[in-house]
Design a protein around this ligand. Structure first.
Ligand code: GAL
Length: 814
């Protein structure tokens, strides 16, 4: 008896508590999981001995520790959407990591507060993939699509007392993806305990049908699940503003013949949500059966209006704006697919500094943590669902599940994210080959109708690449928002042929570059490959189907019916190393505005100069350390928000240039194309519109690598065992100039109240492992990650290297 009590108590301590009220308890199942790769059919049984299995914490990505190998998911494919004529071997297409195969997770858990009449639900934010869930040896359910959230009521399988056994089997097939999908329980798993009469998972739906300056009408539909249909149920809801003050309240009986109750509120002088003012409200719903409180359910929401109109484009709260968006895959670089709020927050922080105001969650449902951060920090979100419908792109992709699962998958996504104010449209697909099928338009209409049925307030889009088929076969005309991938030159034609009266660059640019790498001569190239498997950071290189950034900018600026763009991509990601798809060891993308470590490439400053209207941008490229290039033409570009600048090489003026309309590039970049390299200093002086010199920047030729400089993105972390600091290490000369070619091997030591977590250098060809505490610098830099422990204290992070002076920094953990 004592033993049982102890283990129950222990289990409670090991689960982190998310939501607690007398009526409902929510736990995150994070710790003490056991994991084994391979097939273990007996592992679903309670009695199975998993002592020999690896102990892991969830979220967990079983493949991110590698090793990299070109034979992992080696795909011989012809990528039709890239215009390839024949099949070739693609080693790094999905990242070269060992994610294929089966894996099992087991957890022993107690259900505190469980008693007769309670309900217990398991909610998975995502499980990669083909999840089969067993509780105490009984199958609770399965869910194939690895990106979606799903839940099972496991009440009937729970032991009233003592420990329960949860077993999850996952399986990833080869040739199921076009990028690194991750592997395992890579998102959170929740255990939810409620009374029998309760609000089910995603059981509320809040809309704001009328908004004026003086008041907002708020409508809330709450679903109640219960076995006893006789008892009188009353639903009381308070709306709280951001300060926690009650601003509206309503109470309504649940109609006897219904499981839904509708409540209407009026909020005076509403504070409207926008990227610039991400104000949130919260609905707190109490469910009474007679006089007994049965459930308390919280729904964060925002008050804002969205409109998409012919002749006006997109309006948020009545004001027209164009999306300054990026597409992002779900992986977090060196952390793999395992979700981490601090890592996501860093991404959102970096994007916001660029002036970005929107994210497209390509090409699948996002982690709920991302959408929550976008609500809180102010980023609009296009919530996307699928990369495939019925017609396959890869052998084992979503087309295998489409018929049976598409509606279920959509419904979960729609219910999950329909209260998030940041969510401003749904995407039902990306570049689906069904654009060309006879029934493609009919499928689009069916899926769009499902979205409208479950959420009439948000429009629906698809990222379309097959321009002619999509237009001629009536596909594009079906959609609320026509989204085009890489078709800026055809926007006028689309606008003439389509009924909507506006259109969107759902995926744009796909410019390729490697941070800090510059190639000569500086020319426009498509699909250009070099011996070192890198791409040039002059931002003149794209793919056969794609463009450099400026070619999209002109259309967004000149055509009033464009509603903005979503750049491919914000961050580099694992897999899809175009243009080196067939050239191992490349295994991560070159498309990112930020590299895989989250360090900005030059392109960051080009987008920032255009998108960040609050702060000035002034950035020079390339670096100025070119031994051997003396006397050779070495163009200098300046990405700046100022209209005019003058460049000086070692004090000598190279002329003053203003942005002009002579080419797409000269509208957005200042370019001194004939500069001849000589070591020394390049300096730029920027002038405002009135001709006044207002800012300056310079780059110096660096000497030999001498010491390491560290910059942490945060110096105070939360003692939750999860919080992260990203520390950028830069190799510099004795005077502190960045050594742009430095590739010194750096080693990390982390002591005190945290631990070393992972590292990345942004080199798409590096096969060094992220979790080992050493890596070579790439173009003079890398970023390593330190994770807080669960106790307050301080962390000391030290970076050493054979030839360099070491460096340390100290972080606080509170
Ligand atoms: C698009 C596709 C993306 C990515 C991109 C690379 O066609 O939608 O997923 O593959 O090309 O340029």
């Amino acid at each position: 008896m004592n033993k049982c009590k102890t283990s129950l108590l222990l289990a409670m301590v090991l689960m982190s508590v998310k939501g607690m009220s007398q009526a409902r308890q929510e736990y995150l199942l994070e710790k003490n999981w056991k994991f084994a790769k391979g097939e273990h059919p007996e592992a679903l049984n309670e009695a199975f001995n998993d002592k020999g299995w690896e102990s892991v914490t969830v979220p967990h990505d079983w493949a991110i520790k590698g090793p990299f190998d070109g034979n992992n998911d080696l795909q011989k494919v012809q990528i039709v959407q890239n215009g390839e004529q024949e099949a070739t071997m693609k080693a790094g297409r999905t990242g070269g990591l060992p994610f294929i195969g089966k894996g099992w997770y087991r957890l022993s858990f107690a259900v505190p507060q469980f008693s007769a009449g309670k309900r217990v639900v398991l909610l998975f934010d995502g499980a990669m993939s083909n999840a089969e869930v067993y509780v105490n040896g009984k199958k609770a359910g399965n869910w194939p699509y690895g990106y979606n959230s799903f839940s099972f009521d496991i009440t009937d399988y729970i032991h009233a007392k003592g420990q329960n056994t949860l077993a999850v089997k996952l399986e990833n097939f080869e040739q199921a993806s076009r990028w690194y999908p991750g592997a395992g329980l890579y998102r959170n798993v929740h255990l939810i305990v409620t009374n029998d009469t309760h609000v089910p998972v995603w059981g509320t739906y809040i809309t704001t049908p009328v908004i004026t300056r003086d008041s907002a009408a708020v409508r809330m539909v709450t679903t109640i699940d219960r076995s006893n249909k006789q008892a009188a149920v009353t639903v009381k809801t308070n709306l709280l503003n951001a300060a926690g003050k009650i601003v509206a309240t309503a109470s309504a009986p649940l109609p006897a013949d219904s499981s839904r109750v509708t409540q209407q509120f009026s909020v005076a002088e509403p504070a409207l949500w926008s990227p610039e003012t991400p104000v949130l409200y919260k609905a707190v719903t109490q469910v009474y059966e007679g006089a007994q409180l049965k459930d308390v359910y919280e729904t964060p929401f925002g008050i804002r209006s969205i409109e998409y109109k012919a002749g006006k484009g997109f309006l948020l709260n009545g004001s027209p704006r164009k999306f300054k968006g990026v597409c992002n895959h779900h992986d977090l670089g060196p952390l793999g697919a395992a979700i981490n709020t601090a890592a996501l927050r860093r991404q959102v922080t970096l994007l916001k500094d660029m002036g970005c105001d929107a994210i497209r969650t390509t090409h699948n449902m996002p982690a709920p943590e991302l959408v929550k951060l976008c609500d809180e920090m102010g980023i609009m979100v296009m919530v996307e669902s699928f990369d495939e419908w019925k017609a396959p792109k890869v052998k084992n992709g979503y087309s295998l599940y489409f018929d049976e699962w598409v509606e279920k998958d959509l419904i979960n996504m729609l219910h999950h994210f329909r209260n998030n104010p940041s969510n401003i449209m749904w995407s039902i697909g990306n570049e689906v080959p069904d654009q060309s099928s006879a029934n493609g338009a009919a499928i689009a209409r069916r899926l769009q109708d499902i979205c409208h049925r479950e959420d009439p307030t948000r429009p629906v889009t698809v990222g379309m690449d097959r321009f002619d088929d999509a237009i001629n076969k009536g596909f594009a005309a079906v959609l609320d928002i026509p989204g085009f991938n890489y078709k800026p030159n055809r926007y006028p034609e689309a606008h003439n042929k389509l009924p909507q009266g506006f259109l969107m660059g759902s995926e744009t640019a796909s410019t390729v570059s490697s941070r800090g790498v510059y190639k000569f001569p500086v020319e426009f190239f498509k699909n250009k490959m070099y011996d070192d498997n890198q791409c040039s950071s002059y931002d003149f290189e794209a793919c056969s189907w794609s463009q450099v950034p400026d070619d999209e900018f002109v259309q967004q600026d000149d055509l009033d019916y464009t509603i903005g763009e979503f750049v491919w991509t914000g961050f580099d990601y694992l897999g899809e190393p175009t243009p080196y798809d067939s050239k191992w060891p490349s295994h991560s993308s070159y498309f990112g505005i930020f590299d895989l470590a989250g360090i900005p490439k030059d392109r960051f400053y080009l987008y920032r100069s255009r998108w960040n209207t609050q702060q000035a941008t002034l950035h020079l490229l390339p670096h100025w350390t070119w031994p051997g290039r003396e006397g050779q033409v070495t163009p200098v570009f300046c990405y700046t928000s100022y209209p005019t600048a003058e460049l000086f090489i070692n004090g000598k003026s190279m002329g003053k240039i203003s942005k002009d309309t002579s080419s797409n590039q000269s509208r957005y970049r200042l370019m001194w194309k004939d500069v001849v390299y000589q070591p020394g200093t390049i300096r730029v002086v920027a002038y405002d519109a009135a001709g006044k010199a207002v800012a300056a920047d310079s780059v110096k030729t660096a000497g030999t690598p001498h010491h390491i400089q560290l910059t942490a993105d945060r110096t105070v972390l939360t003692a939750d065992g999860k919080d992260l600091a990203y520390i950028t290490a830069t190799v510099v000369d004795a005077d502190g100039n960045v050594c742009p070619d430095a590739d010194n091997l750096l080693q990390f030591e982390v002591s005190g109240a945290g631990k070393y977590k992972a590292v990345a250098n942004g080199d798409a060809t590096s096969l060094e492992l992220f979790h080992l505490p050493q890596m070579k610098a790439f173009s003079g830099k890398l970023a390593f990650i330190v994770q807080a422990g669960e106790k307050a204290g301080s962390i000391k992070a030290t970076v050493k290297s054979d030839q360099l002076q070491a460096a340390s920094c100290v972080l606080k953990v509170k």
